[in-house]
Design a protein around this ligand. Structure first.
Ligand SMILES: Cc1ncc(COP(=O)(O)O)c(C=O)c1O
Length: 383
């Protein structure tokens, strides 16, 4: 039976993610458009975005946080290019983005002393293999596989190397053990549903020490430079951005942060995301055709919730047909206005990916699930 109840908001994309409930363009009415980002007003807004982020995330007082160019990619790349090479590097990866960082370490940074600890989609690298006399690069949540690290217990408090963590689809939805991490990056368009453009870069005192004490033998473009004459350019971490930000995007980020405060801060955001996963978990438990790509609950993401199709009739099809049918589920639901952008990532195994970050209402997830069953039945009828 075709369901009748549709999600109020059909946006389930894993980035850019759904705007917060109730968002309209009105939220941007106080944006400092047409004003210099170096004006008193502009700088105050940039500093406000930094300070609210630090507060909501419970960042230690001695950590610094800045707004940097080029989204999460810009933030993690500027950290890798500025800091790596001083000691051996381990990259842990289990999906596309982590593999991308590993590839850049090898082919662009040309790091000689590099180990890549890889796992398949749905699994996680053997975290015990990380050597903490090395620098260690990893993603907290693999957005394309729906696999997250279970916690920070595998990271020693006393470590010689730095922990560089791309946490873009984790911050504001998962507990982040700050003292275990030296570099943490994210963007605005994920859990708080902001606009894309800028990256956030948080640094521990040891990361700052590395920046001031090590100068890699490689050219660094201006947008990666964080030191001058061997000293940290502290202004970057107080709202003096390296280059011009979008004040419209800044206003939107502030709106997201204020909304985050209104739903109970970090605890509220985490509960919202976990409720979304729980809702899908209940459905998966009864499903005769879908399962989580991440079989182990401890590493299952509550933000990028990835599903695989387990129906034997589907699995008997050739890989190309499987991919085509999985895509058709997404396009069928898009046509119905029920769900946008729920196909799995282009490099990931065929299946579905439903964003369960804090801006997604659990009632919308619940409304989507019967539609998944309906769409699968439609597609199966064409096998
Ligand atoms: C884990 C991870 N890293 C990096 C990126 C790239 O982020 P951005 O587009 O913000 O640079 C994404 C985007 O989805 C991601 O999920």
């Amino acid at each position: 039976m075709k369901p009748t109840n549709k999600p109020k908001n059909p946006c389930f994309s894993s980035g850019p993610c759904a705007k917060r409930p109730g968002w309209t363009l009105e939220a941007l009415k106080d944006a400092a458009v047409g004003r210099s980002h170096r004006s008193k007003l502009g700088k105050a807004k940039l500093a406000d975005a930094i300070n609210r982020s630090k507060k909501i995330l419970g960042m230690p007082a001695d950590y610094i946080c800045g707004i940097v160019p080029a989204s999460d990619t810009g933030a993690i790349e500027m950290a890798m290019w500025s800091m790596l090479g001083e000691r051996p590097v381990d990259v842990l990866c289990w999906e596309s983005f982590g593999s991308g960082w590993a590839g850049d370490c090898k082919n662009q940074l040309k790091l000689k002393d590099l180990r890549v600890l890889k796992a398949d989609y749905g699994k996680i690298s053997d975290l015990a293999q990380a050597d903490w006399s090395h620098d260690v690069v990893f993603t907290w949540n693999g957005t394309t596989s729906g696999v997250k690290v279970p916690n920070g217990d595998w990271i020693p408090s006393e470590r010689q190397g730095l922990a560089l963590c791309d946490a873009t689809s984790a911050v504001f939805a998962m507990e982040i053990p700050w003292s275990k991490l030296d570099v943490v990056t994210w963007s605005w368009q994920k859990v708080l549903g902001g606009e894309a453009a800028h990256g956030m870069l948080a640094l521990s005192p040891r990361a700052v020490q590395r920046l001031e004490g090590y100068s890699p033998d490689r050219p660094l473009p201006k947008i990666f430079q964080m030191t001058k004459g061997g000293k940290l350019m502290g202004g970057i971490f107080e709202g003096e951005t390296i280059n011009t930000p979008s004040m419209l995007a800044v206003e939107d980020a502030l709106d997201g942060l204020k909304w985050a405060e209104s739903v109970g801060g970090l605890r509220g955001l985490i509960s919202r995301s976990e409720a979304n996963l729980a809702c899908i978990d209940e459905w998966v438990a009864k499903s005769n055709w879908a399962a989580f790509l991440a079989e182990d609950k401890a590493i299952r993401s509550s933000t990028s919730i990835c599903l695989k199709i387990t129906d034997p009739a589907y699995l008997a099809l050739p890989a190309e047909a499987q991919a085509k049918h999985a895509k058709t589920i997404g396009s069928t639901l898009e046509k119905e206005g029920v769900a946008f952008d729920i196909g799995s990532y282009r490099d990931a195994p065929a299946g579905l990916r439903i964003w369960g970050g804090a801006t997604v209402e659990t009632s919308d997830v619940a409304a989507l699930l019967p539609w998944l069953d309906w769409a699968y039945e439609q597609v199966k009828a064409t096998f």
